[in-house]
Design a protein around this ligand. Structure first.
Ligand code: ZN
Ligand code: ZN
Length: 160
């Protein structure tokens, strides 16, 4: 095995030992390791994926918080407060969150793990980022289309 320095030109050639915490210890092609700001990851992609999915299974609450923030830029406590204010129902059609189908949120990830569903989606104004309310997936889509088609002011809430 030849020795490679960690400069960028050698990132994709040669092998590297998967030696980080939880790593498999195997010598693998450098392309099998993810990139980090500081260079290549110390653990191979396969081990990193396994570690990430184990963490996600063990921390469903943290995953839910991360999803809410990533998808909607809303904190879990704000989301839960709005859910309670809306009596856990869609703000437009009134369907209770336990009766909402969320197949579209269940797209399996590369590791086969499904993202925990958030039945009530956050309807926010794309211009200001302000949250208008929580909607079931169907209303969120329909109302988004209606707003665009009728040029409704983005501040308008629901047609009730
Ligand atoms: Zn590994
Ligand atoms: Zn609805």
């Amino acid at each position: 095995m030849s020795v490679h320095s960690d400069d960028d030109s050698s990132l994709d050639t040669g092998t590297r030992i998967c030696s980080g915490k939880g790593g498999c210890g195997a010598a693998k092609q450098r392309g099998e390791f993810g990139r980090r700001a500081s260079g290549l990851d110390s653990v191979c992609k396969e081990c990193r994926r396994r570690e990430t999915s184990a963490w996600r299974r063990a921390n469903p609450d943290a995953v839910r918080r991360m999803n809410l923030w990533r998808l909607y830029r809303i904190r879990a406590d704000e989301y839960d407060r709005m859910r309670a204010e809306q009596d856990f129902r869609c703000a437009a059609c009134g369907t209770h969150e336990t009766e909402i189908d969320t197949p579209m949120l269940g797209r399996p990830r590369a590791d086969g793990h499904r993202t925990p569903a958030v039945p009530l989606q956050v309807d926010h104004c794309h211009a200001s980022g302000a949250v208008r309310g929580l909607l079931c997936g169907r209303c969120n889509r329909i109302i988004g289309i209606a707003r665009a088609a009728y040029h409704l002011p983005s501040k308008s809430r629901y047609l009730t």
